[in-house]
Ligand binder design. Sequence first.
Ligand code: THU
Length: 128
Amino acid sequence: MIDWEKLISAAKVVRENAYAKFSGFEVGAALLTDDGEIITGCNVENSSFGLTICAERTATFKAVSEGHRNFVAIAVYSQSDQPARPCGACRQVLFEFNPNLEIACANTQGIVDKFILSELLPEGFRLR
Ligand code: THU
């Protein structure tokens, strides 16, 4: 069983590190591995806007570079009325590791929407 409360709370905490001075839209993400580790990430914006990276990809790239590849769930925490969903680029990055990843999108008002990645990205690209 996934401890969603713990995962969402990790995403909420890491959101405090978001570097979002251009959009003001701060996001935190927490990835859960199959051995119970939680790896977090926030969005990091840049003066050259296109270089911005989302919280989900920060968490994923951190995790992979630390030796993790087996992800079971991710929590995304934001302040929007509808909790932010992972963008298309992040969906594809996550799809690489687990098309059946469980996703919780949560916001500061306590709304939590849950998805399976393959619902949000049907027919994602796989090279092999
Ligand atoms: N952003 C994320 O970090 N994750 C999402 O799921 C949606 C968008 C960031 C990117 C950018 O820094 C800001 O939110 C506004 O798009």
